[in-house]
Design a protein around this ligand. Structure first.
Ligand SMILES: [Zn+2]
Length: 351
């Protein structure tokens, strides 16, 4: 009887998870025989609050607090965290201790610790410090690229080729991610052509980036444009398009995540408490909120490996360090629903 019920539950999960299809998303394997095993959808939520979040607010969080944040995020189940940025301290004093924070991150087993590097010099430091991954930002908007990086997009592509050569000669295995920003438009330039985004994405891979990501730096994207661009991008480079980065500037962050998920993306950047923005893009505020995103994915039956209640506790602690700053997010206001299992499990139980 018990085994019969178990089988029915498995069937139920099968039935109510028509997507994501196994073809588009990785399927978790387990010791259960494959004919009885439901596909478990999984997604990775990469925390970028310690970089994208902290760089755009005035408060300088102490190294001790950053390490406390890292430890708590790790304990909550987060396994990919962007810990800072190798930029001159005079430009971003908030991130001046990136090397120290990274050194601590490297002591946490199984954590993929990434840093942002805006140029060759930053890449040298990332390699010296043994970062697992360095994200090299490229802005598809010419105007934003000149304002933010003082280089044209194609000059950034050339820099990535030099960074790749440096990585290869260093003997390090630090991965290189080309992050294509302003992929959906730009406050300074307005429209950014999809064809230009796709060209630059391919150019980054050709120059030696291991994978690429697409970012809506200033919150211009909507779910339809996300679906269109991510489907085209995946048709072009497949799984080498590894991450989506959305800002919630105009309230469409989670809807955009869902559209990217539908297009087959399984890794999303997010900031605890929705902090973040871009100092060179007026009006760009607030990344997708980590705790809201984890909650949404888990409710959809998508496993993240992250304990959302632990994230809510961490949010409260971080909010205490950021007194006077504007925080975002919704889940913390209502709290977790009582006695409510994720949709997939609820339907399976009544199937
Ligand atoms: Zn961002």
């Amino acid at each position: 009887m018990a085994s019969e019920m178990y089988f029915l539950i498995l069937l139920g999960i099968f039935r109510i998870l028509p997507r994501p299809t196994p073809k588009r998303h990785p399927v978790h394997t387990s010791p259960i025989p494959s004919d009885l095993q439901p596909p478990v959808a999984r997604a990775i939520v990469r925390e970028v609050g310690l970089r994208d979040g902290l760089q755009s607010i005035a408060t300088v969080v102490s190294t001790a607090h950053k390490i406390e944040w890292l430890n708590a995020a790790y304990a909550a189940g987060q396994r990919e965290i962007e810990v800072g940025s190798f930029v001159p301290a005079r430009l971003l004093p908030q991130l001046a201790d990136t090397a120290e924070v990274l050194a601590h991150a490297k002591t946490l087993p199984g954590l993929m610790a990434s840093v942002l590097v805006p140029n060759f010099k930053g890449a040298e430091r990332a390699l010296d410090c043994g970062a697992d991954l360095m994200v090299v930002p490229l802005s598809a908007s010419h105007a934003h690229s000149l304002a933010n990086l003082r280089k044209t997009p194609d000059e950034v592509v050339a820099e990535v080729a030099r960074i790749r050569a440096l990585r290869d000669s260093s003997g390090r295995c630090t991965l290189i991610e080309g992050g294509v920003g302003t992929a959906f438009g730009c406050t300074l330039q307005g429209e950014v052509a999809e064809s230009e985004v796709l060209r630059l994405m391919q150019a980054l891979l050709d120059a030696g980036a291991d994978h690429v990501s697409l970012a809506d730096t200033v919150g211009f994207a909507d779910p339809a444009s996300v679906a269109r661009l991510f489907e085209k991008a995946r048709a072009l480079v497949g799984d080498r398009l590894a991450c989506a980065h959305f800002h919630d500037t105009r309230g469409m962050g989670l809807a955009n995540v869902y559209a990217a998920w539908q297009a087959g993306i399984t890794r999303f950047d997010a900031c605890l408490a929705g902090i973040g923005g871009c100092p060179h893009a007026p009006g760009a505020s607030g990344n997708v909120t980590t705790e809201d995103l984890v909650f949404m994915l888990e409710r959809m039956g998508v496993a993240t490996g992250i304990d959302v209640a632990a994230l809510l506790e961490l949010r409260q602690r971080v909010a205490g360090w950021l007194a006077g700053e504007t925080l975002h997010g919704t889940l913390w206001q209502a709290g977790l629903p009582q006695n409510a299992a994720p949709a997939a499990l609820r339907e399976a139980a009544t199937a």
